[in-house]
Design a protein around this ligand. Structure first.
Ligand code: AMP
Length: 121
């Protein structure tokens, strides 16, 4: 899939749309989800035009991929959820219900999160 420069997260990265920032470094920006599904729900996005995990790993340098995932960990640290625990999740493609076509990792925390997936439907 071709990356769309006008997707909502690209616009947040360019500062065209505001966000509630949780963490930022050279590799990633993290901000609170606009429709939180848990008391803590933050999205971590790479600072580059990657649609999916496959796109990121195929086309970004190993240093960038590593830097991005270190930023996910740094965001969790910044949020203060290391001791209580947290979940990371990344939706990729149609079956995963990916809505925004800029790769992102969700961080959920702030309450017991229960089993990982809902019952099969
Ligand atoms: P996904 O289904 O993994 O693509 O999730 C996209 C997420 O982006 C959803 O949880 C949305 O609530 C969230 N989202 C969409 N627009 C914004 C926005 N402007 N600021 C923060 N979160 C957003």
């Amino acid at each position: 899939m071709v990356y769309d420069d006008n997707n909502i997260f690209a616009r947040i990265l360019r500062g065209e749309i505001p966000c509630k920032k949780a963490y930022e470094d050279d590799f990633a920006l993290a901000f609170h989800d606009i429709r939180p599904a848990a008391p803590v729900h933050v999205l971590v996005i790479p600072k580059g035009p990657y649609v999916s995990l496959e796109d990121l790993c195929a086309n970004a340098s190993p240093a960038f991929v590593g830097g991005f995932f270190k930023a996910v960990a740094a965001t969790a640290r910044q949020l203060g959820v290391l001791e209580s625990g947290y979940r990371i999740l990344a939706n990729n493609g149609a079956d995963a219900h990916q809505e925004v076509m800029h790769f992102h990792v969700h961080i959920f925390a702030g309450r017991p999160l229960g089993p990982m997936l809902k019952s099969p439907g």
